[in-house]
Design a protein around this ligand. Sequence first.
Ligand code: GUN
Length: 292
Amino acid sequence: MILLDGKKTSAEIKEEIAIEVAKLKEQGKKTPHLAAILVGNDGASRTYVNAKVKACEKVGFNSTLVRLEDTISEEELLSEINKLNTNNDIDGFIVQLPLPKHIDEQKVLMAVNPDKDVDGFHPTNVGKMTLNLPTFLPATPAGILELLERYNVETSGKNVVVIGRSHIVGSPMSILLSQKRTVGNATVTITHSRTKNLEAFTKEADIVVVALGVAEFLKGDMVKDGVVVIDVGITRVDDATKKNGFRLLGDVHFESVAPKASYITPVPGGVGPMTIAMLMKNTLLARERSEA
Ligand code: GUN
């Protein structure tokens, strides 16, 4: 069993980006600048956004964090987005999800200028991704592709089962892995809460991507020997023995699945850090594109 080490791989990617940023600065070019909008006080979202800001520092980007109360109106949020759209110093920005219930998420994502949409969530960019045209790929699926590529995991002709159909992970992951691309050409089945006899699919899978948000959902008896397992889940469970009061669980029951796996991502330290590295990559791309 080989661990797909997202922590180490993301550090390598950030190092590569830092070199590019240093070159830009040497040439007297503008420093890439990422902004993030965080609405409300959700602990997990705060942690993710802080990690994104920290990654910007690491690679030499400028960053701006826009913190807004969870009582903000949709109109006010749209106005904040417009400020970032029109601010020429900002190369790319993200609106951290989820948003409070009174705000229409789709309306917000559609307000982001597609050229600054480094999350790749705008319908224009989702459409380009689906057509395999150059665009910002959503960071989590892109991070998974990158991890598979750097570990030379073969995907061509393999049976992939994606569990979960979210717009952020499951849906784009299934599209990307079926495309004609370096990491792709797979036969993909997308499964979800209405799938009957899910195990029948996972037991036949060469690669399983689990993005369901149910802690330890995938068990050892649901997969075959030699399976490649990508765990996108990250659930906080109370743990009084930990300093912060919680520990993180993936969507995979690691103890029973890992002994059967040829490759597996750990949680934490698997997909999570890769997501952040790919957001940095998209921000660098946004900067380079606006230069062109
Ligand atoms: N919430 C969970 N994942 C993501 C992500 O990739 N981007 C944003 N903006 N919010 C998220």
